[in-house]
Design a protein around this ligand. Structure first.
Ligand SMILES: [Cu+2]
Length: 175
């Protein structure tokens, strides 16, 4: 009985040490690239790049503040491998693919974000850190698409909507 209580005490002690350590990493002034003070990047990792499947069409995409720039804006239907670089320089970004006939700047916005349940969301790469790349392979049917970054966060007391600042671009898939 006494021994197992001691063991539990040990676990609790180790757990508090871990909390103390991770808390220490939040200190400002560390000089890290994500240290904008907004909290962007906390808990967000670098992107993951997977191999391009054989036969897939590759499209390179650049994310930055504040634009999304694909190497092509029209490709043939089929498997498309998107290699998406977050060029930052400061913020984490994501890559969201929406199928829509609307213009890139005409999507509905609620509190700085496009409500993903109200649009035809095809797939997305979740937010990842600037200076890294990520990939996603999608089997896209002919049609019109819009790529957006759907992050909105409070910066200096103001809501900063990546979509409204310009992180949106049209893309077409043809027969
Ligand atoms: Cu963004």
């Amino acid at each position: 009985m006494f021994a197992s209580l001691a063991a539990i005490g040990g676990v609790v002690f180790v757990a508090s040490l871990l909390v103390a350590c991770s808390g220490g990493e939040d200190r400002p002034g560390s000089g890290s690239i994500s240290g904008s003070g907004s909290g962007t990047g906390v808990g967000i990792g670098s992107g993951v790049v997977e191999d391009k499947p054989d036969g897939a069409t590759q499209v390179d995409v650049l994310l930055s503040e504040w634009a999304i720039t694909p190497s092509e804006t029209s490709v043939r239907a089929g498997e498309i491998y998107f290699l998406v670089e977050n060029a930052g320089p400061d913020d984490a970004h994501e890559f969201v693919v929406i199928r829509t006939d609307e213009a890139p700047d005409a999507l509905p916005v609620v509190e700085g974000r496009v409500p993903e349940g109200d649009v035809d969301l095809v797939d997305e790469i979740r937010p990842y850190t600037p200076g890294s790349s990520a990939s996603i392979t999608l089997d896209l049917e002919p049609g019109k698409y819009v790529f957006i970054c759907n992050i909105a966060e409070v910066e200096g007391g103001e809501l900063e909507s990546h979509y409204e600042l310009g992180m949106r671009v049209g893309f077409e898939v043809v027969e």
